[in-house]
Design a protein around this ligand. Structure first.
Ligand SMILES: Cc1cc2nc3c(=O)[nH]c(=O)nc-3n(C[C@H](O)[C@H](O)[C@H](O)COP(=O)(O)OP(=O)(O)OC[C@H]3O[C@@H](n4cnc5c(N)ncnc54)[C@H](O)[C@@H]3O)c2cc1C
Length: 219
């Protein structure tokens, strides 16, 4: 998504390709934020910014951004070329897709796992269940973070590849098969419009109150 925001210059301190075409870019944290919020990023001060979730914790010194290259896009192919000490333009953080201490299901497709990584790194992981959908076994970003703490409450769904501990099928299949979804817990959905809309429909069909479903669509 493109949007006009007031931007300030930051310097890239690190850029890592964590999976083919998927990067974590880091810069020193210039502001406070609430886990789950987004920032606008751009290559130049007057460019329209694209929105990205912050993937690092509220008290971390560095801000991490998880993104994948969109080959037809303007920003991400350029961003992937950045090196340490290069400039990037960033907005202040904003957004209301924020987590809390309550029991909840964190449901993400692809890079939609980023806000949950931020909530997790902020310490909000108790009473949480993560369901992450990925196209292949390399798409479960931050699994080293989630797996040791959440164990069986960390579920990786892939319909294309089989692997140890991987649920074979999409997030929507997993949710449909789950016969007793708790009605009094919160369900956070983040990622592609297709996943968010389909998962939301299934949750509503299963009796989850509309107010317990909180969504962030990446477009
Ligand atoms: C709230 C929110 C949070 C998000 N968080 C993340 C995140 O954490 N990580 C992440 O990876 N993504 C995230 N996104 C998605 C992200 O903002 C971008 O959409 C994505 O990275 C594409 O950026 P880009 O500059 O490469 O592509 P863009 O240049 O924005 O292009 C996007 C598409 O539009 C088409 N397009 C571009 N210009 C034109 C034109 N002139 N005419 C016709 N078509 C055109 C391109 O073909 C391309 O397919 C988020 C989105 C939202 C709304």
């Amino acid at each position: 998504m493109k949007t006009k925001l007031k931007l300030s210059k930051v310097k890239v301190i690190r850029q890592r390709e964590i999976s083919p075409g998927v990067f974590v870019l880091s810069f020193i944290r210039p502001w406070d934020f609430t886990a789950g919020q987004v920032v606008g990023l751009a290559g130049h001060e007057n460019d329209e910014a694209r929105l990205y979730s912050i993937a690092s914790g509220e008290l971390d010194e560095e801000v991490d951004i998880l993104y994948n290259i969109n080959p037809d896009g303007k920003l991400t192919p350029w961003m992937a070329q950045l090196n340490t000490a290069d400039n990037l333009w960033v907005s202040e953080p904003f957004g209301s897709f924020t987590g809390d201490e309550e029991k909840a299901w964190w449901i993400a497709s692809g890079t939609g796992i980023a806000p949950f990584a931020s909530m997790f790194r902020t310490g909000l992981f108790k009473n949480k269940k993560i369901i992450h959908g990925g196209k292949d076994l390399q798409s479960f970003y931050f699994h080293q973070l989630f797996e040791p703490e959440l164990n069986e409450n960390y579920i990786r769904c892939s319909s294309r590849e089989n692997g140890e501990g991987i649920y074979h099928g999409r997030i929507t299949k997993y949710l449909r098969e789950h016969s007793n979804l708790p009605l009094d817990e919160k369900y956070y959905l983040c990622g592609s419009a297709e996943m968010v809309v389909d998962a939301r429909d299934i949750l509503i069909e299963k009796g989850i109150p509309f107010d317990n479903i909180i969504s962030e669509i990446y477009f």
